[in-house]
Design a protein around this ligand. Structure first.
Ligand code: SAM
Length: 264
């Protein structure tokens, strides 16, 4: 895997960067340090409430694999709620930050450095649940990568396990149903997240911080129905999708969709 550099570099044509490996370079230390300010743990905990904990408990899940740990928000939340958690991410910078954040809260995270596409090379256990949250799946730019990752998640789940994966409501963005100035729910007050460019295979977002710094992410704009279809095609039997943590919602309204995909 590539080492993270100290500066984001999209070359001379940033809109041409549509690459599933790019996340390794996008999450440079400066951005990762800002990430907690971006997601604002307290505001996020309040916005999410008990949603994920309830989804997991309803299904009797105890052992959870967080495959997109980022800075560790959900791993820590679930540990504190009594789940047995393993924390994975493909970015060593993110994993180090997650470990440090958890340690400051009195937890020692069990971490695994793994890219989703080859998850089972590093993860040899079976889990009741896999979580892939915070609009992470959007980092895969090729359909083959998305299928491979979902198949790896499927394989690490017990026979009746559940995959919980969320995504930004890109349908609303692609269909021009949200204002570009719209601010997204899990951002801290001092951060702006704005789409700089959107087409059928790229959503380039700019994250601007109060100290004047700015970073970008080049993501694949996942349509909700497409993700549901992929999940079914890799073998998940039932996919329930929530809009901003609600069972009923108008398609254009939610910022985020949360898919709960059951294996049995
Ligand atoms: N879940 C965290 C949250 O909600 O704050 C982090 C979300 S962040 C948008 C996306 C995370 O997915 C990053 O930590 C990144 O390193 C990880 N990621 C992206 N592509 C990956 C891949 N192919 N394999 C493993 N991790 C990946």
């Amino acid at each position: 895997m590539q080492q993270p550099s100290t500066r984001q570099d999209y070359g001379s044509d940033p809109l041409a960067v549509r690459d599933s490996e790019k996340y390794q370079e996008e999450y440079i230390e400066g951005f990762v340090d800002k990430w907690d300010e971006l997601i604002d743990w307290d505001a996020r905990a309040q916005a999410e409430g008990q949603f994920f904990i309830e989804q997991l408990r309803e299904r009797g899940a105890k052992k959870v694999l967080d495959v997109a740990a980022g800075t560790g928000f959900h791993s820590v939340q679930l540990l504190e709620a009594g789940f047995e958690v393993t924390t994975a991410d493909g970015s060593p910078v993110m994993l180090a930050k997650a470990f440090e954040n958890a340690r400051r809260r009195g937890h020692i995270l069990r971490t695994v450095h793994a890219d989703w596409r080859w998850l089972n090379q590093s993860v040899h256990d079976l889990y009741d649940a896999v979580i892939c949250l915070g609009n992470s799946f959007t980092h895969l730019h090729e359909e083959l990568d998305r299928r491979k990752a979902l198949a790896e998640f499927y394989a690490t789940l017990r026979h009746d396990g559940v995959l919980i994966l969320d995504q930004r409501n890109y349908d609303a963005l692609l269909d021009h149903q949200v204002q570009p100035t719209h601010n997204y729910y899990y951002c801290g007050d001092n951060v702006r997240a704005e789409p700089e460019h959107v087409d059928d295979s790229l959503a380039r977002f700019k994250y601007s911080f109060s100290d004047g710094s700015a970073y970008h992410l080049n993501m694949f704009p996942l349509r909700k129905a497409y993700v549901q279809r992929l999940m079914r095609e890799v073998g998940f039997q039932r996919v329930d999708t929530y809009g901003d943590f609600q069972e009923t919602y108008r398609e254009t309204e939610p910022d985020f969709f949360i898919h709960c995909a059951e294996k049995a």
